[in-house]
Design a protein around this ligand. Structure first.
Ligand SMILES: C[S@@+](CC[C@H](N)C(=O)[O-])C[C@H]1O[C@@H](n2cnc3c(N)ncnc32)[C@H](O)[C@@H]1O
Length: 257
């Protein structure tokens, strides 16, 4: 895939909305979440070390301006990333790196189409920080987790942080779906995760390796995150494969009103 390629699948109105929102935010502050790596990147490195994984291919979803991508590269991984914001991607590509490291491949586009082009079982780690909270429906989360499971080798790691349903911002703004609120003008549409939802998305393909609840953010803007590290299982026989049934999705929607 050429480095400067953008994914050509037609952008949905929600993706266009995400792009406009994040372009504005990164133009306003090119280091919106801080200059260095995120606390979650450090946690992820420690988890991977504990599991004996120090190198390999790492994919980052929603790289933003590239703060964690560079860190993961410095930790020893061959990294590739994707983001929907052209301002973010341009900043990430320009980010300084030690001369010995190659420029990582950073693609402008939608994460699902990006993942769809990656061969199965070719990746050691899929990483994302506050990415799954974006304006995704449950069906899109299922698609994303299914793609992540497909590209990861058995024993590979899925590491992600998400704003959780105990976040102080949960329930504010206009509700647009289960656990999803339009936080404008304070933020974008946000899909908050419960532990049960994270478990449901990973069921079958993943086993939980580590979970942690964290309080982060600025003093006047505290946020609550769930850190998750899941290991890709080997594939069971087709007849034993659990599926994400329509019934379980509907039950969640009904339960959460
Ligand atoms: C909360 S920001 C986090 C950025 C980065 N992970 C960090 O911690 O600095 C979420 C990012 O997800 C990107 N994004 C939203 N929807 C996307 C999609 N469908 N595909 C790829 N990136 C997306 C946004 O452009 C934004 O940069």
């Amino acid at each position: 895939m050429p480095k400067a390629a953008a994914h050509r699948s037609p952008a949905s109105p929600r993706l266009v909305g995400q792009r406009a929102f994040w372009n504005r935010r990164y133009r306003g502050d090119p280091e919106l979440f801080g200059a260095g790596r995120s606390p979650f990147a450090r946690w992820s490195r420690d988890v991977l070390r504990r599991a004996g994984i120090r190198r390999g291919v790492c994919i980052e979803l929603g790289v933003g301006y590239g703060r964690d991508l560079r860190y993961l590269q410095r930790c020893g991984f061959v990294v590739r990333g994707v983001d929907a914001s052209d301002v973010g991607v341009a900043l990430a590509r320009r980010r300084r790196r030690p001369a010995v490291l190659r420029a990582p491949e950073i693609v402008l586009g939608d994460a699902v189409s990006f993942l769809a082009q990656i061969p199965g079982q070719s990746v050691d780690v899929v990483y994302s920080n506050m990415f799954y909270n974006m304006d995704f429906t449950e069906a899109e989360h299922v698609r994303l987790f299914t793609e992540v499971a497909r590209v990861l080798r058995p024993g590979g790691f899925h590491l992600y942080s998400v704003r959780s349903t105990s976040d102080p911002w949960y329930g504010r703004g206009r509700r647009t779906g289960p656990d999803t609120f339009d936080l404008r003008p304070h933020g974008s549409t946000m899909h908050f995760f419960s532990r049960a939802y994270a478990r449901q998305l990973g069921r079958g393909a993943f086993s939980s390796f580590a979970r942690e609840d964290r309080l982060e953010g600025a003093r006047d803007f505290p946020i609550r995150l769930l850190y998750a590290a899941d290991v890709r299982n080997g594939d069971p026989a087709p007849e034993n494969r659990p599926s994400f049934s329509q019934a379980s999705m509907k039950a969640r929607s009904a339960r959460l009103g």
